[in-house]
Design a protein around this ligand. Structure first.
Ligand code: B4P
Length: 198
């Protein structure tokens, strides 16, 4: 069934716990590999800022540190992919975050003869990440970064709903991980070594 897959298309899933540096690294990787960067977190925040219906809905979940429901998130992501018909590849940042999202992504990409090329994870200890998010919360204005209880809830959501994706992608032979601690440039270099081989 894979014979029709378009292998010129690189689709990378950037994976990691909240605050692991997905958004930070995506800024460099999208330029380096000429990928369309789709960050579900950024798209939700854009909609929240503009007070759209989607933004109002997402806000009620994000402010508590909960994941936004799959149905809403999957539809939004698919719409964003459709807006970029000439993409050479996508960098999915913060999506998928649940098994149903990963299943939906596989099925959706398949309709275009595309697939996930690889999933690269940024690894770091929770305690370091909680400190990073509290630090960002001082200036980001993000409600989900402001207090430790909400931040802890995001890690609980991650452990329950997102961590199972590690085995999901390992079973497909598509899971790679790097140490997410170090300078931004060092981490970019580690990710590049993996992406270059995909
Ligand atoms: P996201 O916007 O995806 O955010 P994130 O997990 O907080 O951060 P990221 O890993 O991108 O870290 P960043 O580079 O910013 O999600 C926010 C919320 O949206 C979720 O909690 C959820 O509610 C909702 N959502 C999003 N996608 C969803 C989905 N698919 N399904 C359901 N809900 C969804 O870096 C963090 C901080 O670390 C920054 O301050 C940065 O400067 C710093 N940093 C980065 N790299 C560093 C390094 N090497 N050294 C030191 N500091 C570093």
């Amino acid at each position: 069934a894979t014979q029709n897959i378009n292998n010129d298309m690189i689709n990378i899933v950037l994976f990691g716990k909240p605050g692991a540096g997905k958004g930070t690294q995506a800024e460099f990787l999208k330029e380096k590999y000429n990928l369309v960067h789709l960050s579900t977190g950024d798209i939700f925040r854009f909609n929240m800022k503009n007070d759209t219906d989607l933004g109002k809905l997402a806000k009620s979940y994000i402010e508590k540190g909960d994941l936004v429901p799959d149905e809403v998130t999957i539809k939004m992501l698919q719409d964003e992919v459709e807006k970029n018909p000439n993409a050479k590849g996508f960098l999915f940042d913060g999506f998928p975050r649940t098994i149903p999202q990963a299943d939906a992504l596989d099925a959706f990409l398949k309709t275009k003869n595309w697939e996930v090329t690889g999933t690269v994870a940024l690894e770091a200890d929770d305690e370091i990440l909680v400190q990073r998010l509290l630090e960002r919360g001082k200036t980001s204005g993000r409600a989900d970064d402001q207090d430790e209880e909400k931040i802890r809830n995001r890690y609980q959501e991650y452990n329950e709903k997102t961590a199972p994706l590690i085995d999901y992608y390992k079973a497909q032979g598509k899971f790679y991980s790097v140490n997410g601690i170090g300078s931004v440039a060092e981490v970019t270099e580690r990710l590049s070594l993996i992406i270059d081989k995909l």
